[in-house]
Design a protein around this ligand. Sequence first.
Ligand SMILES: [Zn+2]
Length: 62
Amino acid sequence: MAKSPKNADRRMRPCPICSKLSTPEHYPFCSDRCAKVDLNRWFSEGYTIPVVETDDLEDRED
Ligand SMILES: [Zn+2]
């Protein structure tokens, strides 16, 4: 009965690396290991985040 979905949802976020439940210590990851994996990804990708930029350019198709 005493559930607070909003709080729970915030804490129970799955690790973006392995999808396990994250821990407060390594949030948003489940462990230090996964946190490092994520960090390595950033480095290997050369800090490039091809997300919204291209989207903006192709948006003028309209
Ligand atoms: Zn993990």
